[in-house]
Design a protein around this ligand. Structure first.
Ligand code: C5P
Length: 219
């Protein structure tokens, strides 16, 4: 482990999309690359933290120097987060699917003339909200993300209160920003005391600033 202000402190980061199966060969996913979550895990490790990195199927490789747990579905991500045990800070950067296919099959759906498949959906567990609302063993600092396309700050502020996390990192993922899948991010850090907009910078720089703030909050 690196030397630094978070030396030996246990933290958790979720990252990437989830894949929700339709049948053994098909799934529903989203456009998250995992780039921001991966950069955050790397930046926390660089400050000395003992990082558990729970990642869905991302486009970028996991960082060095962290304990990586690879998952596919939201349900698996929830189990991996709870299996990670107690941590001092948890950052939920994953783009978890809101729904899974409730009638996913064990065999491939056939195009056999019996009509179009009818998918039914069921809600996925909200991993961030569950952790933020733990009565026993809640991390001291719970950080969520809010990827929004409209009224970014208002929606993210409401989300912080609804989910009961300490901070929300809000970002505008409107297609014209190029943020989803890109290498830059423009975020607003929302805390109990207000909203602080950071200039547009690389996802690595956002990660280093956030890791620094986390270190200050924990020490
Ligand atoms: O409600 P929304 O999906 O916009 O909230 C985003 C935040 O909640 C992110 O931090 C994301 O990682 C987390 N989340 C989660 N489990 C879900 C849905 C979202 O941890 N099922």
């Amino acid at each position: 482990l690196a030397d630094g202000p978070l030396k030996g402190r246990r933290v958790l980061v979720t990252s990437g999309p989830t894949h929700e199966p339709i049948d053994p060969v098909r799934y529903i996913a989203n456009r998250s690359s995992g780039a921001q979550g991966t950069a955050i895990a790397r930046a926390l490790a660089a400050l000395g933290a003992d990082v558990t990195f729970v990642t869905g199927p991302a486009d970028v490789p996991p960082p060095m120097g962290v304990t990586t747990v690879k998952v596919q579905t939201a349900q698996e991500m929830r189990e991996a987060v709870h299996a990670a045990g107690s941590v001092e800070a948890a950052v939920f950067a994953a783009a978890v699917a809101d729904w899974h296919v409730a009638n996913a099959g064990n065999s491939k759906i056939k195009k056999d003339g019996s009509g179009l498949p009818q998918l039914t959906f069921a809600e996925n567990p909200d991993i961030l909200a569950t952790v933020a609302q733990m009565d026993v063993g809640r991390p001291k600092l719970v950080v969520g993300f809010a990827a929004e396309t409209d009224d970014v700050i208002a929606n993210a502020t409401a989300k912080r209160e609804r989910k009961q996390c300490d901070w929300i990192v809000a970002n505008d993922v409107s297609p014209e920003t190029g943020i989803m899948g890109g290498s830059e991010n423009a975020v607003t850090l929302i805390t109990a005391t207000g909203a602080e907009s950071w200039p547009r910078m690389s996802k690595d720089a956002v990660a280093r600033m956030l890791a620094q703030r986390i270190a200050e909050a924990l020490t």
